[in-house]
Write a protein that binds this ligand. Structure first.
Ligand code: AP5
Length: 233
């Protein structure tokens, strides 16, 4: 299965991807994580993009398209995300984010005969987004996600998984969250329409808790599996 996760900042794309990774043995590719890794390692790319990412603006299409193409063909060597070839099953989280990215992705996947199966649109409302993002904490070492209320760690400020230090992303303050929302509405709404026009858009109400969202997605998987069997019969 090749799936695109779409949704506003804080809809829970990363959280859902982690759950699915465990349950479905599927690879999670997040452009946000890749870009943050570049910044953490202070690479030339990381230095170039820091101001944009921390301020909630988008990184230029040409950069993220190249990263994804290299990643999907196994030739991406940056940060710690190097070298692997992911074969046929993956979740794209945070990409595509503009119509130009969606079109380039389609062209590329057509060339390698691996079209996207569907795009999952995780709808979430602004009050929920603000509550989730201002309370989010991330492990510096392993990237595990926490929330001060929804999913607190056992020991304050310490990761349950690897004992790493938890931090707050610089773009998770109210002002930057609003900028990210505006950027999302302007640039990513056309991507939702793009997949709807291809009849590949599935929706889930992501204001609900993680278990509900995961359950809804499992139903969609089930249906998509049935459709595949039907097509192959
Ligand atoms: P990115 O990292 O992709 O950020 P985002 O899209 O803003 O999404 P988030 O990671 O903030 O939210 P999420 O939906 O994954 O929520 P999460 O699961 O963590 O991108 C960052 C930046 O990189 C961009 O602003 C841009 O500059 C750049 N960039 C990235 N991709 C790009 C591209 N393609 N083109 C150009 N630039 C690009 O959950 C949030 C919190 O809520 C957590 O604390 C979690 O525990 C909690 N939570 C989640 N789900 C639930 C639930 N169902 N119930 C209760 N709590 C929940």
């Amino acid at each position: 299965m090749r799936i695109v996760l779409l949704g506003p900042p804080g809809a829970g794309k990363g959280t859902l991807a982690e759950l699915l990774k465990e349950n479905l043995n599927i690879v999670h590719i997040s452009t946000g994580d890749i870009l943050r890794e570049e910044m953490k390692n202070n690479t030339p790319l990381g230095q170039d993009i820091k101001k944009l990412v921390d301020g909630g603006a988008l990184v230029p299409d040409s950069i993220v398209i190249k990263i994804i193409e290299n990643k999907l063909t196994g030739s991406y060597q940056g940060g710690t995300f190097g070298g692997d070839n992911f074969g046929k099953s993956y979740l794209l989280d945070g990409f595509p984010r503009t119509k130009a990215q969606a079109q380039e992705l389609d062209k590329f996947l057509t060339r390698i005969h691996q079209p996207i199966d569907f795009a999952l649109y995780m709808e979430a409302s602004l009050p929920v987004i603000l509550q989730r993002l201002t309370g989010r904490r991330v492990c510096k070492k392993c990237g595990a996600l926490y929330h001060v209320i929804n999913k607190p760690p056992q020991k304050d400020g310490i990761c349950d998984v690897c004992q790493g230090i938890l931090y707050q992303r610089p773009d998770d303050n109210e002002e930057t969250i609003k900028t990210r929302m505006n950027v999302y509405i302007k640039n990513t709404s056309p991507v939702i329409e793009y997949y709807a026009a291809q009849n590949k858009l599935k929706k889930v109400n992501a204001d609900n808790d993680g278990q509900y969202v995961q359950g809804e997605l499992m139903k969609i998987f089930h249906e998509a599996g049935k459709t595949d069997q039907h097509k192959n019969a």
